[in-house]
Design a protein around this ligand. Structure first.
Ligand code: BDR
Ligand code: CA
Length: 322
């Protein structure tokens, strides 16, 4: 049976690849896309998501706009320096204009509608700040039973990408992330930067995608800002398509190897704000010191067949699984 999937997103270059991967793959039933502030402001992430679905020939997928800011503290800055000021390397306006209107309801309302209507568990893939998902679970707890898994791109086990210890999506709204990862019981899979960086794609992979056809070539055309940023950030010619790694797991459960760990999120206002504290001590350590044990437990993606994953994404984006 096809996995029913909702993507919550802030496109974003890697979000664009992730949306296209799900939109172009027949093994997943993409039933909705909700948008959130993040890489760039909400108005841009929303029009980008709608244009990307049009590019992929999927105007059947409803899009609703969500949170324009974090729950508690303002977001200190966006990631326009990584994705371009429009979120897509200045190329958003070159994508096809959407034929489908934006949904007249907000993101949380669309999530509730889709979940209430679902007759099988739905996977949610948040690939931006977790604000919409925290609001959903806080305001509409009855939909928890309709959610099979929440597969999140976010966090870092051993390093961050926005601060030395915090990853962008968690850092953008730590209070929301803590609500989802620590305070809720819906099964979560966290796909951290430790693994997404290992899944980086090189120039050969990009050239292959470009040669698959007009959609592949258009996606590659959106990567100008990434092609400038990542060689500096990584010290080699490669790009990290973070969100596609999470959406691959959302589509194909088990493509990433996971381990279960206690987790917490630093919501303090000091230098480690937004850090995901993944407790990798042996279980006996928790048992001996239960009073200092982290409250939440999540599955953390720790490994994958790197070439297999890259091949899965390339095949999906080429439309060969349509
Ligand atoms: C995450 O932050 C954003 O810039 C990307 O789209 C991805 O979701 C990586 O840290
Ligand atoms: Ca994103």
């Amino acid at each position: 049976m096809d996995t029913k999937l909702i993507i919550d997103t802030d496109p974003g270059i890697d979000d664009a690849f992730a949306i296209a991967l799900a939109a172009l793959s027949a093994e997943v039933d993409l039933i909705g896309v909700t948008t959130v502030f993040g890489n760039v402001p909400l108005a841009s992430t929303t029009v980008n998501a709608r244009r990307l679905l049009q590019l992929c020939g999927r105007p059947d997928v409803p899009v609703a706009a969500g949170a324009e800011r974090p729950l508690v503290h303002p977001q200190p800055f966006t990631a326009a320096y990584v994705h371009g000021s429009d979120g897509l390397s200045g190329k958003s306006g070159t994508l096809p204009e959407p034929t489908r209107e934006l949904e007249p309801v907000d993101a949380v309302s669309l999530l509730v509608q889709l979940l209430e209507a679902a007759d099988e568990p739905v996977t949610i893939a948040p690939i931006g700040p977790l604000t919409n998902i925290a609001l959903l679970l806080a305001a509409h707890p009855h939909v928890r039973s309709k959610i099979g898994r929440i597969v999140i791109m976010g966090g870092g086990v051993t390093f961050g990408n926005t601060t030395p210890v915090a990853e962008f999506n968690i850092w953008s709204d730590p209070e929301a992330a803590r609500r989802v990862l620590v305070e809720e019981t819906v099964p979560c899979v966290l796909v951290p930067v430790d693994l997404t960086h290992r899944c980086a794609v090189d120039a050969d992979w990009i050239a292959k995608l470009s040669a698959t056809g007009p959609i592949g070539a258009t996606l590659v055309g959106l990567t100008g800002s990434y092609q400038k940023h990542y060689p500096k950030a990584l010290g080699r010619q490669a790009m990290v398509l973070h969100d596609t790694v999470a959406v691959a797991e959302a589509m194909s459960q088990g493509i990433l190897r996971t381990e279960t760990f206690p987790i917490d999120v630093d919501c303090g206002l000091g230098p480690s704000r937004g850090q995901t504290l993944v407790d990798r001590r042996p279980a006996t350590a928790h048992e001996e010191s239960p009073e200092v044990r982290s409250p939440g437990t999540v599955e953390v993606a720790v490994d994958t067949d790197l070439d297999g994953l890259r091949g899965f994404v390339l095949d999906g984006l080429s439309g060969s699984r349509r």
